[in-house]
Write a protein that binds this ligand. Sequence first.
Ligand code: NDP
Ligand code: ZN
Length: 355
Amino acid sequence: MTKAFGYAALSATTPLVPHAFERRAPRADDVAIEILYCGVCHSDIHQARNEWGIAVYPLMPGHEIVGQVTAVGSDVSRHKIGDLVGVGCMVDSCRHCDACHSDLEQYCLEGPTMTYATPDRVDGTITMGGYSNSIVVSERFVVSVPEKLDPASAAPILCAGITTYSPLKHYGVKAGDKVGVLGMGGLGHMGIKFAKAMGAEVTVFTRSLSKLEEAKRQGADHVIVSTDEVQMKAAAGRFDFLLDTIPVQHDLNPYLETLRFDGVHILVGLIEPIEPALHAGNLVMKRRVIAGSLIGGMAETQEVLDFCAEHGITCDIEMLDIQHINEAYERMIKGDVKYRFVIDMATLRAAQAKD
Ligand code: NDP
Ligand code: ZN
C-alpha cells in the first residue's frame, strides 16, 4: 500500500475536501501512475452529490486522467516506467462476457468497475478516482497518450472525447450528414469537433446566447437557440443525427421534430427517466430512433486519442487549481466554462507540501 492524497466528497451535501487514503501496491497486471492532470466531468458533480443515487462516500471523483507510469507489475507488457498514459471511466470488467470479448467493456454483462465509487473486483475496496496524486490500474484499462497531444488538453478525451466519438462512429456519421449537438459544454464541444472531422454539417443547439459566436469558433456551421420556438420550428425535419449532451431532464419532443425521417436522437447526457413524456407519434410517423450510448471500450478509447493526434483535435480547457474545485462545480452548473476544467495536479502537491 502507498499513501495517497486527493479531494473527496464525504457526503452528498458537503463540498469536496482534502482526503488522505491508500492505493494498493501494483498487482502483476497493474500500472502505477503519478497523475499530472485530471478533467472535471459533469458526471463528477452528479456522483459527488448523489444525483444518480449510487454514490459511496468518501467519494473521490475524476475519470479523465493523464499521468506518468511510475511502476509496473511483473506481467505488464503494454506500458513501461516513464510512459505518458491515460485512464478513463473504467478500471476493470469481467473480461470474459460477449461485451468484453467485443471490446465493449463499458457494456460488460457483469457490470464494469468504474474508476470511482465501485467495488474493486479483487479486493472489494471502493475505487477512488483521479482527483488525486496517484492511481493503480490494470494495464488493459490504461491507454497510451500520443506524443503529439498536449497532456493537459488530452485528459478530457478520456471521457468527454470518447463519449461523443463513439456514438458518432457507431451510427456511421459521414460527409454531408447533418448533425445537431445539444448543449455546448465539455462533451458538446468535443462532439462538434468530431462531427466536423467526420465531414458532417454541424449545428449547435444552445440555451446560452453568449455561446453563439463561440459555437462558430468551435467549427459549428449553424447555431440554434433552443429556447427560441421560432428557430426550433424552422429546423423541422432537418437533421440526420442529434447528439444530446444535456445533463438534466428536458423535453425531447421539440428536438425530435427537427430530425428527418429515420433520424437518430442519441442520448448521452441523461440517465434519468425522460420527462416530460415522449410523444410516440414523433417516432412512429417518421421512423425516428431514440438511442443511448455509454463512453466507449478500451480499444476505441485508444482509437479516439490517436484520431485526435492525427486530426489535430484538442479539448479547450481551463486549468484549475484543485483548491477551487467546489467553485468550479458551481460554474459548470451555470454553463460558465470554456469548455472543460482540468485540474493541474501540481496544485495538489503544492497544497500537500504546505500541510
Ligand atoms: P457540462 O456541464 O460541461 O455541459 C453540459 C451542457 O449542457 C452545458 O454547457 C449547457 O450547454 C447544457 N445545459 C446545462 N444545463 C442545462 C439545462 N438545465 N437545460 C438545458 N441545457 C443545459 O457537462 P458535460 O459535458 O461534462 O456532461 C454532460 C452530461 O453527459 C452529464 O449529464 C454527464 O453526466 C453525462 N456524461 C455521460 C457519459 C456517457 O457515457 N453517456 C459520459 C460522460 C458524461 P449550453 O450552455 O450550450 O446550453
Ligand atoms: Zn465523464
